[in-house]
Design a protein around this ligand. Structure first.
Ligand code: BTN
Length: 249
């Protein structure tokens, strides 16, 4: 299938546990083409990174998962999928507001607040990533959040008017499949550059925390594997996988 065409399969659900899980269980029963999307109005068990939950009130936000069968993608290069997904969200939200950036590895922020989260689940066969389920939550019109969510924001709070979810979903698909097409055609460097260029807390020293405590450092790079490269203020280079380091506010 030509992924840039508009006739990809979209499964629309009123409610499900999690769109990522829905795709996974559907794949146990039937085959689904690359580019298929499951979108739900509500999730009873929305999942976030690190075993967290993803809360979203009914019918207010965008909750969907996309299915890819990447070709020749080795685990050591897997982060390209995160770059594509987060850039597609960023480009989409850029149409509505300034100040959208990507917080490593793949949160999307407006200023200091999180507007979108991404949960990517890859399956490896042999030595390659053969299947990727990309779950995306974008806060669109939800203005009240449970207090346990750190610093959430939605598009409506930024633009001061309710936004059309379908319109946003449409823009997202265009941006996502364009970026994925670029990747398939070898334009990886441009995607990496755009990702680095839009990274939260780039170009200056900030506080970070690892298992040994807090330190001041600057983002140097994000490797194809997804590891974050920091340079401390004493010139030491440190590399971290997701969960091994956190940003200090
Ligand atoms: C995070 O920031 O922790 C990632 C959140 C990912 C949420 C989306 S909503 C659609 C898809 N289904 C899920 O259960 N999670 C992802």
């Amino acid at each position: 299938m030509e992924l840039l065409s508009k006739d990809r399969k979209i499964i629309r659900l009123e409610e499900t546990d999690s769109t990522n899980l829905y795709i996974r269980s559907l794949l146990e029963r039937e085959t689904l083409e690359e580019g298929s999307i499951v979108i739900a109005d509500y999730q009873t068990g929305g999942r976030g990174q690190m075993g967290n939950s993803w809360y979203s009130s009914k019918g207010r936000n965008l909750l969907f998962s996309l299915l890819l069968y990447p070709k020749n993608l080795f685990p050591r290069d897997q982060f390209i999928i995160s770059r594509i997904a987060s850039l597609a969200v960023k480009r989409t939200l850029d149409r509505f507001t300034d100040n959208i950036c990507i917080k490593w590895p793949n949160d999307v922020y407006w200023k200091e607040r999180k507007i979108s989260g991404i949960l990517i689940e890859n399956d490896i066969t042999g030595e390659q990533i053969t299947r990727s389920i990309i779950g995306i939550g974008i806060n669109v019109n939800q203005v009240i959040f449970p207090s346990i969510i750190p610093k959430p924001i939605c598009l409506k709070m930024i633009t001061h008017s309710a936004q059309d979810r379908e319109y946003i979903f449409d823009i997202f698909q265009k941006e996502f499949f364009q970026l994925y097409h670029d990747f398939q055609n070898g334009r990886i460097r441009t995607i990496e550059d755009e990702y680095m260029h839009n990274l939260y807390r780039m170009n200056d020293y900030y506080w970070y925390e690892d298992k040994n405590g807090r330190f001041l450092a600057k983002i140097e790079d994000v490797l194809p594997s997804g590891r974050l490269v920091l340079k401390t203020n004493s010139g030491e280079e440190r590399k971290y996988a997701f969960k091994e380091v956190s940003f200090v506010d």
